[in-house]
Design a protein around this ligand. Structure first.
Ligand SMILES: [Zn+2]
Length: 323
């Protein structure tokens, strides 16, 4: 099943399928939380179907195997753990399967979710197969953005970008799914990706996000109370909470520079105003930079003392003792 914002891209693919002009390696650029897997599955199912050309018939042996998750010629590659790299061994296994004959006599599909999680060795292992594509083998790669992929991989693929609905459409769609009002700022911090926004609310992250922002804005006021509790909230929420507050601090900076109509947090204006009045622009810029660096650091290195590092960053908002 496809989502409404995927229809137009799907129609373009259907046209290529109809004309037998689909490239052997598709690269789908779309954020996580866009439902991109559904689009890749629809294409795979159609290619594998013994009856349909531009649409899976849903009744043939292949379609039934696909729906049951047992199709022997449909191979999905993903990191073993979310957020981790796809190893070179995983890609080698995939390229071996790519040159074998199909079990059902049709095509073989190699779907690489999170292609941007391939390390350099893995990407290089894939490259050779992409350069000399085996007959009857379709590659479908998915990634968030081009800049996270090796240029040599990019250049071998036919690239498609899945456009996200605009923020109002996303808000309406998520609102209908959950039967509740959805704040635009929640849509925005989720990059307008509808499924990401929906999951954010379903998991109660929107409420925890609101609590964290309130506690953070209060802490920014002298005499900077509640440091320990705030560190606890950040640590419990994980690294992405640093990107949340980074959006918030950028809003404070925009307000100070008179760009108040472009705020992400348009629904939390009082909080932004309060914080913007308490922190100077140079300090804001410095702390935003540090928050982004810390986020990257925590993402790439395990075993760091998260609480200590976050506390250190938060203390950067407090007046420094004179020596
Ligand atoms: Zn079928």
């Amino acid at each position: 099943m496809l989502y409404p914002w995927q229809e137009s891209l799907w129609q373009q693919w259907q046209q290529l399928l109809d004309q037998e002009r689909l490239h052997h390696a598709i690269l789908l650029l779309a954020p996580a939380g866009s439902g991109r897997e559904a689009l890749a599955r629809q294409l795979s199912k159609t290619l594998l179907c013994s009856n349909g050309v531009t649409e899976p018939c849903g009744v043939c042996h292949s379609c039934r195997l696909f729906e049951a998750g047992n199709h022997p010629d449909y191979h999905q590659v993903a990191p073993e753990q979310a957020g981790k790299q796809i190893g070179v061994d995983t890609i080698r296994k995939c390229t071996r399967l790519a040159v074998e004959t199909s079990q059902l006599g049709g095509q073989r599909i190699m779907q690489i979710d999170f292609a941007d999680a391939m390390g350099e060795a893995a990407a290089n292992a894939l490259l050779k197969t992409l350069e000399e594509p085996p007959a009857g083998c379709q590659f479908i790669l998915m990634a968030e953005a081009l800049d996270k992929l090796l240029p040599t991989i990019n250049s071998r693929c036919n690239k498609w970008r899945l456009a996200m609905p605009d923020e109002q459409d996303t808000r309406r769609w998520v609102g209908r799914q959950l039967m509740q009002d959805v704040k635009l700022e929640i849509v925005r911090i989720n990059g307008c990706a509808p499924l990401a926004t929906q999951a954010f609310i379903e998991q109660g992250q929107d409420i925890r996000y609101g609590n964290l922002l309130s506690a953070f804005a209060a802490f920014l006021q002298p005499p900077h109370l509640g440091l320990q509790e705030l560190v606890g909230m950040f640590a419990k929420e994980g690294h992405h909470s640093l990107s949340w507050v980074s959006y918030f601090l950028v809003d404070c900076l925009k307000l100070q520079q008179g760009a108040g109509s472009f705020l992400v947090h348009s629904e939390s204006l009082p909080l932004v105003q309060q914080a913007a009045a308490a922190v100077t622009s140079p300090l804001l810029m410095n702390q935003i930079r540090k928050a982004n660096a810390l986020h990257r650091q925590l993402d790439t290195h395990t075993g760091l003392n998260t609480e200590l590092l976050i506390m250190d960053w938060l203390m950067g908002f407090m007046p420094q003792p004179k020596l």
